[in-house]
Ligand binder design. Structure first.
Ligand code: C2E
Ligand code: MG
Ligand code: MG
Length: 632
């Protein structure tokens, strides 16, 4: 019975070896260890089978030879245990003292195997039952058990640093092994340990080491999982690497059948395969990531690809007129810009999106400056999240003066983050990050809710305030639920909607404009009014005023300041104001800083004035005090 178990184990191992060797591996440290473990398990099983056969037919062979063979089997079990402990610490390769110690202990294990070889062993045979016992066997039990316990210790101690799949697989492997060893210890006739080793290999193979899982099926390149593992190992080894991500976008706006794109990607893959010195990964549908040994190799690879794609991909244009694939490059001259593999993966993902956002700039270089920018952005995102959670996102108000009534009739709500030390972060530093990450919607709603609460608490009309202006980000305007959410907030505080004016800015996209218009009309029906902010900042389009149902147009600070510095700008501002007045809309001039500027604008006929001359944006309490004094 016993020999059948070993033979089945051996057959399974040969099958595994066949599947393992069928594909190229990346030469990762874990792959190397798995490969060695696989061979040692096979040797172990072969020695096991031979030893059983030799004990059964011991009369036919010299006793010395039989015993040496049996001891060689025992020693191979210890080596197998050593492979397990090595494999378990593979994720912490070079990182932990334990891993370094284990690798240094190779010769101790070797010496222990020699000890097993010199210790006496006894053979037992009765009917069909055969096994060994004696000092060599005891030493093997002690050695193998120490390895198993060591492996369990590593999983326990460094489990968090390990690949969760590896952790799970090793736990299972060790459980099977221990159960087998225990059974064999209690009943020496059941020789299960060799078979248990084979089962361990099967578990590792299916959980982690199947090379198939690392390969992109269509192109045969290593895939993104493999890339992540590869990077992890390279960073652990402290290797100096360069890299480049090349991603393809179809520059036609009409959609192209996916089979055509796939065929094109296969052609590109065939071309990529010919690039020398590069290890290539297919990291996404239309994306390849190349790893190179040096900056110079990176530049050479870049030139080869870029030359090929200059203009357009000609063959495609001939064969498939629908496709015009444009490459975008993210170059990383030195992997040292990231501290580890996880950060590098994050950077590639981030810069890839950035690169594709600006079609005119198809090459983005991830250097120290860019990496620092990304880190600062992440830091800022964390700051925003914590501030939101700790309710440190505040609203300041900047009064707006009506030139006809000669008093303050309005104010603009402006967001601020208060640091834990009481200092203030201005919106210019966090709004761009918030817009990029979508956090702006949460912030915008928060500011709106605080403004509504302020209106309600202070009954602001009693201070002469007709409405408060609140900024809307373009990102918010794209949301189909904006109107519903804002109406919900006004309902919650039972605010008269005429006390609310929302500031929008221009958006280039027609689709966005449609959604915005829908939102605006719903809110206008509810009673809210709108302003067009930042008019004059360079992207202004008079048509926008015509198309959008706004009541107020806000001239931005640059336009206001230019009026006092430049004759031509005076004509522009005057003409714009007259046109806006003809449309029965009102004008606010922002950024007024001196009495002379105020006087000039009043004389010109500007309706409202906002600026440091009257007040910087101030806290709610200070704003109420301001109104009490100024509006009497
Ligand atoms: P904005 O909406 O055009 O707001 C006017 C900005 O000009 C404010 O800057 C204000 O402090 C500043 N300002 C006003 N008068 C003067 C002046 O006389 N001199 C100078 N030098 N500056 C003046 P702030 O508060 O730093 O806000 C900057 C921008 O951040 C805002 O420009 C707006 O685009 C954005 N923002 C502020 N709060 C929010 C918000 O709650 N949501 C959204 N989406 N954006 C906001
Ligand atoms: Mg504004
Ligand atoms: Mg403005």
């Amino acid at each position: 019975m016993n020999i059948q178990m070993q033979i089945s184990g051996l057959i399974i191992m040969f099958l595994l070896l066949y599947f393992y060797k069928r594909h190229e591996t990346m030469g990762l440290y874990t792959e190397q260890l798995f490969g060695k473990a696989l061979y040692i398990t096979i040797i172990c099983l072969i020695l096991d089978i031979i030893s059983i056969a030799l004990i059964a037919k011991q009369e036919l062979f010299p006793m010395r030879a039989v015993k040496i063979e049996c001891k060689a089997y025992l020693a191979s079990l210890i080596l197998n245990g050593y492979m397990a402990i090595n494999y378990a610490s593979a994720d912490t390769h070079n990182l932990t003292k334990v891993n370094k110690l284990i690798r240094k202990c190779g010769w101790v294990v070797g010496a222990y195997c020699l000890l097993v070889m010199v210790l006496p062993v006894e053979l037992f045979r009765e009917g069909r039952t055969v096994y060994t016992y004696g000092a060599a066997c005891s030493a093997t039990y002690i050695g193998a058990l120490s390895m198993i316990l060591g492996t369990v210790f590593i999983v326990f101690r460094h489990g968090k640093l390990m690949n969760p799949k590896r952790r799970r697989a090793i736990r299972l492997w060790m459980s099977i092994w221990m159960a087998a060893a225990l059974i064999q210890f209690l009943n020496s006739q059941l020789l299960l340990v060799g078979f248990a080793s084979a089962m361990g290999m099967v578990i590792l193979f299916f959980e982690l080491e199947n090379p198939d899982a690392n390969i992109d099926r269509r192109t045969g390149f290593f895939n993104s999982f493999a890339f992540a593992e590869y990077l992890k190992q390279k960073y652990r080894e402290g290797a100096e690497l360069s890299g480049m991500l090349v991603t393809f976008e179809d520059s036609h706006t009409r959609s192209v059948p996916t089979d055509q794109v796939e065929a094109a990607m296969l052609e590109i893959a065939a071309f990529m395969r010919r690039i020398p010195e590069a290890r290539i990964f297919k990291t996404d549908d239309k994306e390849f990531t190349l790893v190179l040994e040096s900056r110079e190799a990176l530049e050479r690879a870049f030139r080869i690809i870029d030359e090929r794609f200059q203009g357009s991909w000609l063959e495609f244009d001939k064969n498939r007129p629908n496709i015009s694939l444009q490459p975008y490059y993210v170059k990383v001259p030195s992997g040292k810009v990231a501290k580890d593999a996880a950060e590098m993966l994050g950077m590639l993902k981030y810069f890839r999106i950035h690169c594709m956002d600006s079609p005119e700039n198809r090459v983005l270089v991830v250097d120290e400056a860019n990496a620092a920018k990304k880190r600062a952005r992440e830091e800022m995102l964390r700051t925003i999240l914590v501030a939101m959670e700790e309710d440190r996102v505040e609203v300041f108000f900047q009064p707006i003066y009506a030139t006809a009534e000669k008093k303050f009739v309005s104010a603009e709500a402006l967001v601020r983050i208060r640091n834990t030390d009481g200092s203030i972060i201005p919106p210019g530093l966090f709004i761009p990050v918030a817009e990029e990450t979508g956090m702006i919607s949460k912030i915008g709603e928060h500011v709106f809710e605080k403004t509504c609460q302020f209106i309600k608490e202070h009954d602001i009309e009693q201070y002469g305030i007709a409405y408060l202006e609140v900024n809307l980000s373009v990102v918010q305007c794209e949301s189909k639920t904006l109107a519903e959410t804002y109406i919900g907030i006004m309902d919650k505080y039972q605010i008269d909607p005429k006390l609310v004016n929302l500031e929008i800015t221009e958006s280039a996209s027609i689709v966005r404009k449609k959604t915005l218009l829908k939102n605006m009309n719903t809110l206008i029906d509810y009673g809210v009014s709108f302003s067009l902010d930042d008019f004059g900042n360079g992207q202004s389009n008079l048509n926008y005023i015509v198309d959008m149902p706004v009541k107020i147009v806000k001239f931005d600070r640059d336009m206001t300041q230019a009026y006092f510095e430049n004759k031509k700008a005076q004509f522009v501002l005057k003409a714009a104001m007259n046109m806006i007045h003809d449309m029965h809309l009102h004008v606010v001039s922002e950024g007024v800083e001196t009495a002379e500027q105020l006087a000039a604008l009043e004389q010109l006929g500007i309706d409202y004035v906002q600026g440091y001359y009257f007040s910087k944006p101030i806290e709610a309490r200070a704003f109420i005090e301001f109104l009490k004094v100024k509006n009497g």
